[in-house]
Design a protein around this ligand. Structure first.
Ligand code: ZN
Length: 292
């Protein structure tokens, strides 16, 4: 297992972690400068943050700083109420793949979607099986294009509490079953983004990480599970502040062959988004060394 205690070479910052500082949204170019000032070698930016500043400008800035990507957030949201909606989703995923290619990302993270409309409070239908079928077909279609341009897709299984509104793939086993179905040759073009917040509770976690192996483990997201959790989406904890055995799980992931970044992804409206970016980044670095 790699020793993280001496440096933060393998720390990546998911830019959602610092997107709000003192409660206010901060543009991505400023976040990148802050990461560079803290010696962070990799980030995972969100599409809306990139679009707000401009793709070319972000690309130039990353190159100037020598900062790489550990992933690109995000594609997915495949289910839709009708054929036109399904096509809109596919086109959007194609654009996400193109943007990831421009930025040199190692993968596009897929939050696959749940019941269409549920995120806005009004589901167009309630058939979760249908949504899963549309996710299957959407990933299959996107994978064709991803193969053409050489951009791996990483399915992120989400905690079942988010099955209705964000992702109807809810365990690592479920995600890997889909990978095996759509990419039986394990070409490296389809795998998983393992986010500790979503999977830490899973009794099959160790077994399924071993099953995933190097070919399928495309990204590793860390934070912590707080007790009590006050908000199901935006109360993620800083590593070391919750109940997840982070080092144990990283051991399993590395035993399976993963040797990439530990990407810190913390949505924290109630705590870290109220603080300064400097404090949050310094704490991420310290906890990366001591707790991850
Ligand atoms: Zn994640």
């Amino acid at each position: 297992m790699r020793d993280f205690s001496q440096n933060h070479d393998w720390l990546s910052i998911n830019t959602a972690t610092i997107r709000k500082q003192h409660g206010a949204e901060v543009p991505l170019d400023r976040l990148i400068d802050q990461c560079a000032a803290h010696g962070v070698r990799a980030i995972s930016p969100w599409r809306d943050q990139v679009a707000a500043v401009g793709l070319e400008r972000i690309d130039r800035q990353l190159r100037a700083h020598g900062i790489g990507l550990s992933g690109y957030c995000r594609g997915g949201f495949f289910p839709a109420p009708d054929a036109a909606g399904l096509k809109v989703a596919l086109d959007d995923n194609r654009r996400a793949i193109d943007e990831a290619k421009t930025l040199g990302a190692p993968c596009v993270v897929l939050v696959v979607g749940g019941l269409p409309g549920a995120l806005d409070g009004k589901a167009h239908y309630r058939d979760l099986g249908r949504a899963r079928g549309e996710v299957h077909d959407g990933i299959a279609a996107s994978l064709e294009y991803a193969r053409e341009v050489g951009m791996p897709l990483a399915i992120e299984p989400l905690h079942p509490m988010q099955a209705a509104d964000r992702a109807c793939i809810n365990t690592l086993e479920h995600a890997l079953d889909l990978c095996d179905e759509l990419d039986p040759q394990k070409t490296g073009m389809l795998g998983v983004a393992l986010d500790i917040y979503h999977v830490w509770w899973d009794p099959k976690l160790q077994q399924q990480i071993a099953r995933a192996g190097r070919e399928r483990l495309l990204a590793y997201h860390v934070c912590d599970w707080l007790t009590p959790t006050r908000d199901l989406l935006n109360d993620r904890g800083m590593m070391g502040d919750g109940v997840v055995e982070l080092r144990k799980v990283r051991g399993w992931v590395e035993d399976a062959g993963f040797a990439g970044y530990s990407e810190v992804e913390i949505f924290s409206a109630l705590d870290w988004w109220k603080r300064s970016g400097e404090e949050t980044l310094a704490t991420c670095i310290e906890r990366h060394r001591s707790a991850v």
